[in-house]
Design a protein around this ligand. Sequence first.
Ligand code: SF4
Length: 403
Amino acid sequence: MANIGYIQVVRHCNHFCGFCSNPTTPYEHTFESMQVLVDDFVERGYFGVILTGGEPTLHTELPRITRYARDRGLHVRLITNGTRLADREFAKQLADAGLMLAHVSIYSVRPEVEEQLRGVAGTLEKAFQALDNAHEFGIELNVNCVINRLNADHLDENVRYLLRHHPQVRHFVWNNLDPSMGRAEVNQAQFTPRLRDFEVSLHRALTLLQRTGRTFRVEKVPLCYMTDFAWASTETRKIVKGEERIVHFLDQKQTVRQTDWEHIYAPSCEHCSLRTICGGLFDRGNGYDPAELSPVFVSRDAIVEQILHDGDDSSYAARSLEQWREDFERRCAETLAGKHERRPTGDLPDERFQPDHVISVGQITEQSRRRYEHKRAAESRRAERLGVQMERPEPEKPERGST
Ligand code: SF4
């Protein structure tokens, strides 16, 4: 198994997306507080770490923590909006520090749509420059895209443009919008798509990527909206391979260990041939409608075999369907037995990050609280100009281990 953990390095950003699910908080990391989290991933035998945010390139210690994680043997990745990576010297600095892969997020190649989504002008050109810079310095490239109401109809146009102008991008990650947190939660009506809004353009986009030899993953999309590409569903792959994911949030949630990849299902899902390997409908935030789900009757085992024999992914040891069935049934029985330990969100509590075993994820200081208040005041003015709602403020006192 190739588990990859996430560390939110900062929670502020130089863009202002109306659907940001991880906006500014008063928490901050030092190099030392990030070091503890990197060490924890190493001790758990994780394959890699993804440094994310907010916008992680705004942390002055990013090159140093990149170097540290790389020296400790982790595959080091970054999720970035690309604005700082458009600076050639900075891209070189990260490459020299050991950054191996950058996920540059681009939501729309239509400049006016990207500007509306980002809340800032001129970001698209910078993201394109970031792709070129990262490639020049040998950093592998992914493009990340959050599927939302404004880009839902032209995901394939994004792919066509990027393949033509930035052929060095080999892998794409599609994330359907998470409407449960931050500004995404309070601006659902503006940004949360219906599944049918993107079904056709996503299918065209994935077909194009497959034809041109690119790889891709899709998260928070039920399999009935991507049956031809079910093997590329992040949830399905994690269910099949039994993988987990730890996210160190730089907010009140602190650490979340995700081992359960199932969301909710409609009554009709019980008739669906993919029910046991499908993540269902992303239900947090109540942004999506179970009435949009409809059962499919394709071969589950054929999809499992595609995952087991994926030449680009050797992370799962069992290679035959029979071996997999045995492993899968054992894991299902264990999951059922352990259901009572889960939090209401479906995530498992993590022993190292409970109140009695204090390893804090970032800290709040007087200075960081003042910075947060200043930033929030400035962002509130910007939100008003852009016609979006501000997220609910971060609660004053952290309740550790309360997710
Ligand atoms: S009908 Fe339900 S189980 Fe089947 S693919 Fe859709 S969401 Fe998944």
